[in-house]
Design a protein around this ligand. Structure first.
Ligand code: ADP
Ligand code: MG
Length: 264
């Protein structure tokens, strides 16, 4: 399983939109994808049409060790895309977990115990660098960082990168940055072009070629409980997430392909 945390401690940069639509695009290629909604706001769950009353098991239960990921994962309207939803209890988890042993490794342990039926696990992180995001980073192979095309785009990134460095040193030496995705690009606004050029100049090849445009269809889709890729698969936002999925697949380490049984 390739575990990817969609993280940026800034709110409103497109983490959840990216998790939902990238997850959908990856599932459409035939990969088995699991979304873990690790934001107490539960936007990822709501955006995929999972009613609060149907969230019988949640990422909160996983972190507290009350259930397994295999049991908690539920199907979505997208074939091959499963989700473990978030409930509001998750907002208390940061404080409750302090009492627990190995509080930074709760998610990582839970993933290790799962039956590994997914090819890719995407974790939708909350807008902070607290214990929930730390759990995601400890559990992940890599990070996907959405960066909004705005003047202060790079501000806060150094804090994120130094957190990644700390996690590498202490817990997860293999944690890599899979890529930075520029989001909410507005081609009528010259500033956003300039920002995206600046970001590329500073960060180089880690920035995906694909830029996610500002597209109203992407923001409408969640209110219908659908990924944009189903709500309007031909809108520029959907097309961009398909292109991003293609780039991401090219950056993934090779999948474990099942070995044919050896002849006796
Ligand atoms: P985060 O998870 O980082 O807080 P969201 O994905 O929830 O960010 O996005 C914040 C808001 O912006 C949401 O209302 C979402 O629908 C909207 N949004 C996200 N990406 C785009 C985009 N490319 N174009 C238009 N609206 C977007
Ligand atoms: Mg979010």
């Amino acid at each position: 399983m390739n575990v990817i945390a969609v993280a940026n401690q800034k709110g409103g940069v497109g983490k959840t939109t990216t998790a939902i639509n990238l997850g959908t695009a990856l599932a459409a290629t035939g990969l088995r994808v699991l979304l873990l909604d690790l934001d107490p706001q539960g936007n990822c769950s709501t955006g995929l049409g999972i009613a609060r009353a149907d969230r019988h098991h949640s990422t909160y239960d996983i972190l507290l060790g009350e259930t397994s990921i295999d049991v908690a994962a539920m199907p979505t309207c997208v074939p091959k895309l499963d989700i473990v939803p978030a409930t509001v209890d998750l907002s208390g988890a940061e404080i409750e977990l302090v009492e627990y042993e190995e509080r930074t490794h709760r998610l990582s342990r839970a993933l290790a115990r799962s039956d590994h039926r997914w090819d890719v696990v995407l974790i939708d992180c909350p807008p902070s660098l607290g214990l929930l995001t730390l759990n995601a980073m400890v559990a992940s192979n890599s990070l996907l960082v959405p960066l909004q095309c705005e003047f202060f785009a790079l501000e806060g990134l150094s804090q994120l990168l130094s957190t990644v460095e700390r996690i590498r040193e202490r817990f997860n030496p293999a944690l890599s940055i899979m890529g930075v995705a520029l989001t909410m690009h507005d081609r009528r606004n010259r500033l956003t072009d300039q920002v995206s050029n600046d970001v590329r100049a500073v960060l180089g090849r880690v920035v995906f070629d694909t830029v996610i445009p500002r597209n109203v269809r992407l923001s409408e889709a969640p209110s219908h409980g659908l990924p944009a890729l189903i709500y309007d698969y031909r809108c520029p936002g959907s097309e961009a997430y398909i292109a991003l999925a293609r780039e991401l697949i090219a950056r993934l380490p090779a999948f474990d392909t099942p070995q044919p049984a050896r002849a006796a």
